[in-house]
Design a protein around this ligand. Sequence first.
Ligand SMILES: [Zn+2]
Length: 293
Amino acid sequence: MERPDRIIQGMAVDGHFRVIAAQTTTAVETAREILDLAPVAADALGRAMTGALLLARLLDKDVRNQFVSLRFEGNGPLGTVIGDGSVAGNVRGYVANPVPTDPMLDVESAIGNGSLTVVRGTPPAGKPYTSQILIAGTGIATDLTRYLMRSEQIASAVLLGVYNRRDGVAAAGGMIIQAFPHAPEEAIRTIETRVKNAPSFSTLLATMPIEEAVSTVLEGTEYKQIDAGQEQPVAYACTCTRERALAPLTLLSLDELHEMIAEGGTEIICQFCGRRYVFGEDDLFALTAKHEA
Ligand SMILES: [Zn+2]
């Protein structure tokens, strides 16, 4: 039975810890189908997409349209990996090289060493907030823990996972456990021990609802789900528009535009969702007019 993707929230150890968890199985499987991802690419992108969704919710200050974009630029064979998520539960992703030649690679070496850029904002208002950390092949969950500590002064544990089967993504999801500043040392050690010894989160998600998976990881920590009626549905959704697809063409020279017109037009394919935007002679003529103005 398919269970719908969603984000849930809870508290643990007398309210000293906030827990946000997401099931993203269908969204990651959708990404795999649209972007033709090899298993290791689906694993990396699924973690990045889930991480973006969790961060958007974690850093939310009652802004319903906040988004978080995670851009991993490593020297591994996947190249750039981008996960975008919003508080509203929309998520999308992109992998530069979705089929690396070595099928046995793990996610850490598939991404490699480089940088992680985190962008968050609340369109249309305000300028997005951007920060960057170096990454050294320690895994996306560890990268996000370091980002949260360094850029947001949030102490946290992050779990992310994708469970691949031969025919696709069987389960994907993750959770962030945020320690509030007054959390006692002993409680932090209890949570750390639970997280370290818990079964893999995506394996749990493959066999039980997310509510039970989170309870299993946090067994013995008085975990309680809050706002059970307010869970946020999650879906793979792209924000591309014809206008945004046209934007890169406005940077072309007059000669390049005339060349495209001679070829009868051009098309732009969205790298996140595969949607095709066709621009004919009339559209391109309109752009040349701007050059002459
Ligand atoms: Zn798109």
